[in-house]
Design a protein around this ligand. Structure first.
Ligand code: AMP
Length: 193
């Protein structure tokens, strides 16, 4: 069975979180952000948060044994039966393989991988701006920003080549205003007004 199961992908600072919130609202599906889940656990100092904090603080990936279990548990809840929008997962090819296994078990599949692309310079500018506005610890330090960009290039970007043969990747130009990018996404998914 194929539901409204989407994945949004892109470098840190591409604006995918903002787009994800809008898209999840449009489709009435839950927005599942692993970054938000980790921030929640870290803020509440849960055992999972304690495991995640040192990795997240330096812009590194939280280990798979923590991350994959957390996503599996989330995707097994009832509210994802009508679809979901995953944001921030997978971030490596082993995570993409793990997601396939989870989806297979649930006998569902992804309908689209929305790839929001922005230039490296734009990423840097947006991250330092976000640090001022939101005060996110992992946006403030240039070394941490660089680490997150490198992690994206080395570990996360290869996911796109994992999905391309399935012809589900929608490449979206992420430059421009929030509304412009949102219109492009809707057009790409065939759900423009
Ligand atoms: P984000 O808000 O998506 O940029 O995520 C913030 C931080 O949470 C990342 O820098 C990672 O440390 C951690 N994180 C989020 N998603 C994942 C994931 N799929 N795998 C490992 N770590 C993650």
């Amino acid at each position: 069975m194929t539901g409204k199961n989407y994945l949004i992908f892109g470098p840190p600072g591409a604006g995918k979180g903002t787009q994800a919130v809008k898209l999840a609202q449009l489709f009435s599906i839950p927005h599942i952000s692993t970054g938000d889940m980790f921030r929640y656990h870290i803020k509440n100092n849960t055992p999972l948060g304690q495991k995640a904090k040192s990795f997240s603080d330096r812009g590194a990936l939280v280990p798979d044994e923590v991350t994959i279990g957390m996503v599996k548990e989330r995707l097994n809840r009832d509210d994802v039966k009508g679809g979901f929008l995953l944001d921030g997962f997978p971030r490596s090819v082993p995570q993409a393989e793990a997601l396939d296994a989870i989806l297979n078990e649930l006998t569902i599949s992804l309908v689209a991988v929305i790839n929001v692309a922005v230039s490296d310079d734009e990423v840097r500018q947006r991250l330092s701006k976000r640090a001022e506005i939101e005060g996110r610890a992992d946006d403030a330090d240039p070394k941490v920003i660089q680490n997150r960009i490198d992690t994206y290039k080395n570990q996360s970007e290869p996911c796109l080549n994992y999905y391309r043969p399935h012809n589900i990747v929608q490449d979206i130009d992420g430059m421009g205003t929030i509304d412009q990018v949102f219109e492009r996404i809707k057009l790409g998914l065939g759900s423009a007004d």
